[in-house]
Design a protein around this ligand. Structure first.
Ligand SMILES: [Zn+2]
Ligand SMILES: [Zn+2]
Ligand SMILES: [Zn+2]
Ligand SMILES: [Zn+2]
Length: 181
């Protein structure tokens, strides 16, 4: 028994010392590897060596641009997805189309969108809240007004104005997609 243990430990010792000898040429180099490792890690997370620039909405780091309304760094893949131009795949386009921030900027309103009375009255309250709080907003509306959820005038089912397809009749009646078809 003693012998076998000795053999095992001798083999392990050899393997260990062989591996250990490669990087460990002298005792003086021991404190240095730590900062080197950190450098390698930093380069892996940002290949171009720049500080991590990321989309403020989805976190991606490619095809970044800045929104004209709030100068937020966001991704813009619109050129790659022309075929699916209706798809909400570019944070730049989503922010530009579906937020009060962009609407307020495009309409040339004064002040900030969060407190803008024109923005407040330009939309029905449910849409105003959606435009101000959906996932395409970097900063979301803090003061959220109460509203009656919109329902279909025919079947009574809930219509989420920001997300669902619906028909608004000239009379002001909302119809869900199945009742309208
Ligand atoms: Zn993005
Ligand atoms: Zn904006
Ligand atoms: Zn406004
Ligand atoms: Zn309906």
């Amino acid at each position: 028994m003693r012998r076998r243990i000795g053999q095992h430990s001798a083999r392990f010792e050899m393997a260990f010392s062989e591996a250990a000898q490669m990087p460990r040429t002298s005792k003086q180099s021991e404190p240095k590897p730590a900062p080197k490792l950190d450098k390698v890690r930093a380069m892996k997370t940002s290949p171009r060596g720049k500080s991590a620039r990321r989309c403020g909405l989805c976190g991606r780091s490619e095809h970044l641009t800045r929104t004209p309304c709030c100068r937020q760094l966001v991704c813009d893949d619109s050129e790659q997805y022309v075929v699916f131009s209706q798809a909400r795949n570019s944070c730049y386009h989503n922010h530009s189309r579906y937020t009060l921030c962009a609407y307020h900027h495009n309409e040339g309103h004064a002040g900030t969108w969060e407190t803008c009375s024109q923005c407040r009255t330009d939309f029905v309250t449910e849409l105003y809240v959606w435009y101000g709080t959906n996932k395409y907003n970097v900063k979301k509306l803090k003061t959220i007004p109460l509203y009656q959820p919109t329902t279909c005038a025919e079947c009574g089912s809930r219509i989420r104005l920001g997300e669902d397809a619906y028909t608004l009749e000239p009379s002001g009646r909302y119809l869900c997609s199945s009742c309208a078809s």
